[in-house]
Design a protein around this ligand. Structure first.
Ligand code: CAA
Length: 262
């Protein structure tokens, strides 16, 4: 599939999806959803990809939300389908076995904040702005915002953001726990790649196990989560990378993880 709405590249171990509708501040239409879905198919099929980064093309926006010019024409049931299509894609993104970083280089509003929240964590430029402004359009977040935002920042903060439609700065987003780190605009990409490459050098089995345990454990009680962790710990111990990591420590050398799944 050739892409018109995104740019998809694999740089070494790191795959990059760039939302690429800068004239519309990278707003999401069905074409964007379809192309991102296709890129995820390619990532899933390529065992050499160790980390995925999502970012926006242009200086102004990560993604300024769903495309309002598209949404205005939808019937209620078509609106439901659009929302379900967004949910489905973001569940796929969230469930990728590799780490996914949202590199938020500007406006991340509505669907933009929702995409970023489906990534494992968010790095933001100090220019970035976050928010769920759908209330200003007479609707509510449709790509999981009412659900993921409250899980990330708590119910009261999620209600304030969804019920006022206010925009917050990258720094405020960091203070409420939505964003992990804020960088000067011209350092964001470099810092994101640094972290992506750091994770790409770790053992594949342990990376997957850490992600899965944190995600799956979040919605269950502590005891069940800890049982899950013990099983995943055993799985890590069965991987050659665990032997390599521990032997390297004892031999006072750097580990050379093979990243194999067997
Ligand atoms: N959909 C369609 N087009 C959009 C857009 C969107 N979400 N956001 C921006 N654009 C377009 C503008 O219409 C404008 O196009 P023209 O040049 O053809 O007029 C272009 O991008 C540049 O935008 P502005 O001139 O408005 O730029 P600005 O710097 O003055 O303002 C902004 C930037 C504050 C982000 C403003 O564009 C804005 O408020 N955008 C809408 C944000 C929004 O409401 N997002 C939520 C959408 S609903 C949603 O996402 C539902 C869901 O959960 C799935």
């Amino acid at each position: 599939m050739s892409y018109e709405n995104i740019i998809f590249e694999i740089e070494g171990d790191v795959a990059v999806i760039r939302f690429n509708r800068p004239k519309a501040l990278n707003a999401i239409n069905p074409g964007v959803l379809e192309e991102v879905g296709d890129a995820l198919d390619k990532i899933e099929a390529d065992s050499g990809v160790r980390v995925l980064v999502l970012t926006g093309e242009g200086e102004k926006a990560f993604v300024a939300g769903a495309d309002i010019a598209y949404m205005v024409k939808l019937s209620p049931l078509e609106g439901r389908e659009f929302s379900r299509g967004g949910h489905e894609l973001l569940f796929r993104l969230e469930n990728l076995p590799i780490p996914v970083i949202a590199c938020v280089n500007g406006f991340a509003l509505g669907g933009g904040t929702e995409i970023a929240m489906a990534c494992d964590f968010i790095y933001a430029s100090e220019n970035a702005k976050f928010g769920q402004p759908e209330i200003n359009l007479g609707v509510i977040p449709g790509f999981g915002g009412t659900q993921r935002l409250s899980r990330l920042v708590g119910k009261a903060m999620a209600k304030e953001l969804c019920m006022t439609g206010m925009m917050i700065s990258a720094q405020e987003a960091k203070e409420i726990g939505l964003v992990n780190r804020v960088f000067p605009h011209d350092k964001l990409w470099e810092e994101t790649l640094k972290t992506a490459n750091l994770m790409a050098g770790k053992g594949k089995v342990s990376l997957r196990a850490a992600k899965r345990c944190i995600d799956r454990g979040f919605d269950v009680d502590l005891t069940s989560g800890c049982y899950m962790e013990a099983d995943a710990f055993a799985l890590c111990k069965a991987s050659p990378d665990a032997n390599e990591g521990m032997s390297a420590f004892l031999e006072k050398r750097k580990p050379e993880f093979k990243g194999e799944l067997t």
